[in-house]
Write a protein that binds this ligand. Sequence first.
Ligand SMILES: NC(=O)c1ccc[n+]([C@@H]2O[C@H](COP(=O)([O-])OP(=O)(O)OC[C@H]3O[C@@H](n4cnc5c(N)ncnc54)[C@H](OP(=O)(O)O)[C@@H]3O)[C@@H](O)[C@H]2O)c1
Length: 187
Amino acid sequence: MKSILIDIVDWIKSLYLPLAPVEIVVAMDMNGAIGKEGKLPWHLPADMKFFRGLTAGHTVVMGRKTYESIGKKLEGRANCIVTRDESWSAEGVEVWHDWKRDLRKARLNSNKPILIVGGAEIYELFLPVAQKLHITRIVADIDNPDTYFPVAAWKYYLWDLTSKSLQYKDSHNQFFMFFETWTKVES
Ligand SMILES: NC(=O)c1ccc[n+]([C@@H]2O[C@H](COP(=O)([O-])OP(=O)(O)OC[C@H]3O[C@@H](n4cnc5c(N)ncnc54)[C@H](OP(=O)(O)O)[C@@H]3O)[C@@H](O)[C@H]2O)c1
């Protein structure tokens, strides 16, 4: 009863108070591939540095599979893990079973964007409510990936490219990368 009342109060607040924006952070190859055998299909320190800089001090939201593939929480960030499994838990993370309700709470309680960091199932869930995409476009054609960014849900919306910069390949980073920011065009 108490939790239903809190939900109703949050819902009413969300109609009147400013909500933190929702933004997606993803790295993909030129075909939209994001994963292979439960992991990232590349090791790119420049992208990891970019990711750390973007997400430090923020709330990050990820699917249970992505969390388990990382194997630990991301330090210096509030980690929220989305799962349907009521018995799932991990130390130092917040578990989200009802993503709409939990996202509303997080948006009410944060003054920084809430960052959605994957994987594919979670991107698909949150694309309708995201205002921005931070895409690392990896100039590569990965062999036999098995997980892709959800293209249909992505292309359903119109996006403006609002920034783009190039990261050259070097001895530590085997591919060129573009760091792109796309902003959803409100219709
Ligand atoms: N390139 C990148 O930027 C990037 C970023 C992140 C991840 N990845 C890659 O993506 C792959 C993992 O992606 P994935 O799509 O397989 O898994 P995922 O999105 O990380 O997690 C999927 C899980 O999320 C939970 N879930 C999904 N929809 C839900 C809902 N409506 N309500 C509650 N829980 C829900 C379920 O957990 P339960 O089964 O526990 O119920 C589901 O199994 C890995 O290869 C990873 O390395 C790539």
